[in-house]
Design a protein around this ligand. Structure first.
Ligand code: NAP
Length: 252
């Protein structure tokens, strides 16, 4: 069975590893191409956009894809909407692997907002030291708020000067650890964090670290994505694909 996994997340990598040795599943992992050196997965992979809904329909038909798993980041709303539309046109079953959002817990000081502009507004007029825990492509919005100093963490070293007054640009690839993120926020004297409600564990360290340090977090709510069948775990995707699972996956 030919399966297209839309990736770019730790969940997609875990899914790729789980199906790699199943001779009945011939899966290809698709990356958008945002990072310079994506981790090569243990299955075949491709890089780059498909060319909108039409391009994705063309790909599904040309590659005889029987199932699509959308394991993209919850904030990658465009590709997810395209997958819903293209799978409907090509009559290919689609399943989304979507981890549940983080829930506010005791000690959290969240300010929840719907978009980046509202997040930037929520920082207020007075100068602050802000940890921007968001992707490189979203930094531009904050350039219009130059009273603040920003700490950013990027997967690739910045090529061009950043549009922001930076405390520091840390180059690192997750997953991150709570103690490490606590030290980072303390060392750079961040007094507020901006984050997207990604859910899962790969990016949760900064949220836990902010809680430990009693820092406020401007938390972006998730974008709305058209209705589709969804599950929350890799195990549920494997079940949908008819993958029997290794003994470890079956809990044996
Ligand atoms: P997006 O806004 O939803 O997608 C923009 C365009 O990028 C899509 O229309 C599509 O181009 C292409 N694209 C996106 N994901 C793709 C994939 N897996 N394979 C092939 N093409 C893809 O996406 P985004 O927010 O820029 O995120 C891009 C990628 O980074 C996603 O794969 C996502 O899982 C990963 N990622 C995103 C975030 C985030 O915060 N948004 C965080 C971590 C990882 P065409 O229309 O030409 O097909």
């Amino acid at each position: 069975m030919r399966v297209l996994i839309l990736g770019g997340t730790a969940d997609a990598n875990r899914l790729a590893a789980a199906v790699a040795d199943d001779p009945r599943i011939d899966a290809v992992l698709s990356y958008a191409g945002r990072t310079e050196n994506p981790t090569p997965p243990p299955i075949s992979w491709r890089v780059g956009g498909f060319g909108g809904i039409e391009g994705l329909v063309h790909y599904l038909r040309g590659e005889r894809i029987a199932r699509v798993v959308d394991a993209t980041h919850p904030f990658a709303a465009q590709i997810s909407a395209h997958a819903v539309a293209a799978c409907a046109v090509a009559a290919v079953p689609l399943l989304a692997l979507e981890r549940p959002p983080w829930q506010r817990s005791r000690g959290d000081r969240w300010i929840e907002v719907d978009d980046l502009a509202a997040a930037a507004d929520a920082l207020g007029a007075a100068p602050r030291r802000v940890f921007l825990g968001i992707g490189r492509q979203h930094l531009e919005t904050f350039a219009a708020y130059p009273q603040h100093a920003y700490l950013v963490r990027l997967v690739d070293p910045p090529r061009a000067p950043q549009p922001l007054r930076l405390v520091e640009a840390i180059v690192a690839r997750g997953p991150f650890e709570r103690a490490g993120d606590r030290a980072m926020l303390r060392d750079y004297r961040a007094d507020i964090v901006v984050a997207r409600n990604a859910g899962g564990t790969a990016a949760s360290a900064k949220i836990e670290a902010a809680r430990d340090l009693a820092l406020p977090v401007v938390m972006l709510r998730r974008p709305v994505i058209p209705a589709r069948q969804k599950v929350e775990t890799v195990a549920e995707v494997l079940h949908w694909l008819g993958h029997d699972g290794t003994p470890a996956e079956r809990g044996v």
